[in-house]
Design a protein around this ligand. Structure first.
Ligand code: SF4
Ligand code: SF4
Length: 287
């Protein structure tokens, strides 16, 4: 079983549209939406949730008001300033447990904190593992790992050949969690100054984790010179460009209809994306 992660330097590069298209084209696969901070693959795939589980990121302290003698020691010792007026602010508590140790009357205990939910769903293109992180929570890397592990379990059960992972934009913790140990990374970029800069950073991260990367330039025709520059840069780095996709309003139309671009139009830009997919498959097979 192979794992492919699709990432981009920032949001809005068309990454999720491309993953949706791959979902329509790939056979015998499991899909994993690891863009847990701002997932939108579900808008295209309209999943039917079969299994929902709470995601517990860390423990937080809870003060038993009945036991508390209001000595104030916990407030003084909490270095995250998470206790005010003898109550713990769950968003500030880092779960270090110091307050449970210093409390003279054992009025503080640690409890699991629900930071989000993970889901196993069915879509018209097969199983999808996905998740939702609650606003203000920061454990997105850990939640990505939960989603990836669930996708692996399903892929094993169903004897799937491939897991397609929609990764987060950027180079932070969730991205690292979504590329670790995969067979291939596809970086979606666009021909802008920041696109090239982001690409350089992201290829650096991917190389650090010793994962093979290929690049797809989306909307290449909005700035053909910059697209050439990106291609040249990739050539210098020994990174294959598996496709150049022109700007096409069909992507937006398909998104509005809740369809993938492949379902929306069988010709035009869909043909180019089919070529990108067959190049990605070729690289995956060789890898
Ligand atoms: S667990 Fe640590 S961070 Fe949370 S309230 Fe207690 S001392 Fe503060
Ligand atoms: S240390 Fe214990 S008794 Fe003192 S204020 Fe905190 S919870 Fe209350």
């Amino acid at each position: 079983m192979k794992q492919l992660t699709v990432i981009s330097g920032k949001g809005g590069t068309g990454k999720t549209s491309l993953v949706g298209a791959f979902a329509a084209l790939a056979e015998n696969k499991v899909l994993a939406d690891c863009d847990v901070d701002a997932s939108d693959l579900h808008l295209l795939l309209q999943p039917e949730v079969n299994v929902k589980e709470d995601f517990k990121a860390l423990e937080t302290a809870v003060i038993n008001e009945g036991k508390c003698i209001k000595c104030g020691v916990c407030m003084e010792k909490c270095r995250f300033n998470a206790i005010k007026d003898f109550k713990v602010n769950l968003l500030s508590c880092e779960g270090c447990g110091v307050c449970t140790i210093v409390c003279p009357v054992s009025a503080v205990s640690m409890h699991d904190k629900v930071a989000g939910e993970s889901f196993i769903s069915e879509t018209r293109f097969g199983p999808l593992c996905h998740a939702r992180l609650q606003p203000g929570e920061e454990a997105s890397g850990k939640l990505v790992t939960v989603v990836r592990n669930k996708a692996k379990e399903i892929a094993k059960e169903k004897n799937s050949d491939l897991i397609i992972i929609d990764g987060s934009p950027g180079i932070g913790c969730p991205v690292i969690a979504s590329i670790g140990g995969v067979d291939q990374v596809l970086v979606v970029t666009e021909p802008t100054m920041s696109g090239l800069h982001d690409l350089e950073r992201i290829l650096g991260v991917v190389a650090h984790f010793k994962v093979s990367a290929v690049v797809c330039i989306n909307k290449y025709d909005i700035n053909p010179e910059k697209a050439d520059e990106i291609e040249e840069y990739c050539k210098e780095q020994g990174v294959r460009v598996v496709g150049k996709i022109p700007y096409d309003v069909s992507f937006t139309k398909a998104m509005i209809e809740g369809k993938t671009i492949i379902e929306h139009a069988s010709e035009g830009v869909s043909g180019i994306i089919k070529d990108v997919w067959s190049n990605v498959l070729e690289v995956l097979k060789d890898g």
